[in-house]
Design a protein around this ligand. Sequence first.
Ligand SMILES: C[S@@+](CC[C@H](N)C(=O)[O-])C[C@H]1O[C@@H](n2cnc3c(N)ncnc32)[C@H](O)[C@@H]1O
Length: 267
Amino acid sequence: MAVVNLLADTQVAFDGVAKDYDRANAGNRTICAMRERLWHAVDRIVPAGSSLLDLGCGPGRDAERFAARGYRVTAVDWSPAMVQQAQGRVTRTSSAVDVRHLGIHELDRLAPATFDAAYSDLGPLNCVPDLAHAARLIADRLRPGGVIVASVIGRVCPWEIALYLMRRDWPRVRVRFSDAMTAVPLEGRTVWTRYYTPAECEAAFAAAGFRRLALRTLGLLVPPPYLQGFADRHRSLVALLQRVEDVVGDWPGIRNWGDHFLIVMQK
Ligand SMILES: C[S@@+](CC[C@H](N)C(=O)[O-])C[C@H]1O[C@@H](n2cnc3c(N)ncnc32)[C@H](O)[C@@H]1O
């Protein structure tokens, strides 16, 4: 399938969910926990007042939060409806956010500017057809020494493998292991997604001049966000798993598995 068609499908899919996306995610404790861990990684490594580039901002929750902490944020997204949501949100709350309708794959069309750091939360980099190309475009937008903090959907999610093995749903067990862009259903539409191991992601960025500073799993012991019903029924167990995951999540081996991983790379 041609790249333009993949991108068009993904855009239509996210347009279709944009209106309710933020409310649904804000009510999902697992997503909130993942989001907070990206926030804290940025807080730790990038001083307030710095300029940030939000890659795939969705409805703008992260951009709003970072602006409230004193950062200046330029936020881009490929879905016009997500951009509209983000613009509506930051118009109400912050003048330190500039939201643009732009794909990560076309960052060279952004008006000339370099940023102190970039972040990409909850998988936008998985929707880019050519990650190595995107990494080069991102590198061009960062000052020397600038960092990217990204949560990326991983390949080996033991919860998911166990779930679909129990259901004997072999195609679903294998879906993250494809080396191609894969059709992932979203409310009757298709998001084209490519899954990465941390090493694959790191290699794409290394070719653009980045080196890894930090890596941890997000959602290895804690069940993935779509198992929220299970998490709601077993709150104290999931809270315990989260505490353990926060301790061991950056240990070699362990950090390579999970629903997502959180990676920090420096140019
Ligand atoms: C799972 S959502 C995450 C949104 C946001 N980062 C958050 O944490 O709420 C993925 C977002 O990536 C955007 N996206 C998908 N492909 C993209 C691309 N090629 N360039 C920029 N954004 C893209 C989608 O429109 C969607 O808003």
